[in-house]
Design a protein around this ligand. Structure first.
Ligand code: ADP
Ligand code: MG
Length: 343
């Protein structure tokens, strides 16, 4: 009983710039577990970026080639609770032996062991035993080993013996691929412009992206309505936190265009009229400051402009703030209006 979820596989782990290194390290370990230079193998990165998927894919891959291999996947929280239970029930030795017998130990989210001195000690002991026996250890963490404050130094230094690879936030191309693959797997077809819109809008992590895709699929199968850009926008408004609850690009555009008495559409249009250009640049400036959108995404929301246009806009606004006191006043006024929403 390995606790592995059989649906986490390499076959359905989509590769992109954000995870290529981690994926190939994981794949190498799946082919030859226990190799010294890859032992331990540690993946780190923020929530929803594929750490659990990847480590379980390694476990599933090894089991599928050699079912006699003893593999245990355990979340650090569960490991801690098992240890506490073993102490209470006086069967610490069973607990230790159970983990000492494995060929591969996967310990997920080791940051959970922070400040848990006794659990760290027992893990240190098990780690040494497995490592000396050439058994593979794989771990994940929400931050780099050097930032694992609250973990014993001797433990952290062992994490650095092997290979460490980070999982990064998904880049645009990977987000596109994930949306397309997941839609395709469910037999849903949606227009490219909708896929693109989702990929631009949901740029935090893969878990959130998956949630959005699942909602769209559910919607598509419940209603008979064709999935077009309008419908996708409507659905996303209700599920993506960034879009409505915080200051979003849309709200910034409305506020800024109201203030400068131009229309919101003008901000996205091609027009080069001076007052519109200024309003557009100011709205880009606040989008950069108040949202988590990338430069590329901001450009997209302003009529498909380039990221360099956004950089230029931010620079122009900063220059005008320095040199023009009337403009500086306008920016302060707008800041107050926008802050009301953030608070
Ligand atoms: P983490 O452990 O880093 O918080 P998970 O491994 O739980 O993230 O991933 C969150 C969700 O996103 C899971 O459903 C997982 O299958 C999916 N996912 C993550 N990375 C990928 C990827 N590269 N390709 C396909 N699905 C992915
Ligand atoms: Mg996880």
């Amino acid at each position: 009983n390995s606790n592995l979820n059989p649906s986490y596989r390499f076959e359905n782990f989509i590769e992109g710039d954000c995870n290529r290194l981690a994926r190939s390290a994981g794949f190498a370990v799946a082919q030859k577990p226990g190799i010294t230079s890859f032992n331990p193998l540690m993946f780190y990165g923020g929530v929803g970026l594929g750490k659990t998927h990847l480590v379980q894919a390694i476990g599933n891959e090894i089991i599928s080639t050699d079912s006699s291999k003893k593999i245990i996947y355990v979340a650090s929280e569960k490991f801690t609770n098992q240890f506490i239970d073993a102490l209470k029930n006086n069967n610490l030795q069973d607990f230790i032996n159970y983990y000492k017998e494995v060929d591969l130990l996967i310990l997920d989210d080791v940051q959970f062991l922070r400040e848990k001195e006794k659990t760290q000690e027992i893990f240190f002991h098990i780690f040494n035993h497995l490592h000396q026996g050439g058994k593979q250890i794989i771990m994940t963490s929400d931050c780099a080993p050097k930032d694992l404050k609250g973990l014993q130094e001797r433990l952290v230094s062992r994490f650095k013996w092997g290979l460490t690879a980070d999982l990064q936030a998904p880049d645009f191309e990977t987000r596109m691929a994930i949306i397309q693959t997941k839609m395709h797997a469910d037999g849903i077809s949606i227009p490219d412009e909708v896929v693109e819109y989702i990929a631009y809008t949901v740029d935090t992590n893969i878990r959130e992206l998956e949630g959005v895709v699942i909602s769209l699929i559910a919607h598509a199968s419940l209603t008979k309505r064709e999935m077009d850009l309008e419908l996708a926008k409507q659905i996303l408004k209700n599920i993506v936190t960034d879009i409505d609850s915080e200051v979003g690009i849309d709200y910034i555009q409305k506020t800024v265009s109201d203030y400068f008495k131009v229309s919101q559409d003008d901000l996205k249009a091609k027009t080069r009229k001076k007052e519109i250009v200024i309003a557009r640049q100011v709205a880009m400036y606040f989008s950069k400051d108040y949202t988590n959108h990338s430069l590329k995404s901001i450009g997209y929301h302003f009529g498909g402009r380039d990221h360099s246009t956004v950089i230029h806009a931010v620079q122009s606004v900063n220059d005008m703030i320095d040199t023009n006191s009337k403009f500086r006043f306008a920016i302060d006024e707008l800041k107050k209006k926008l802050k009301i929403r953030t608070a």
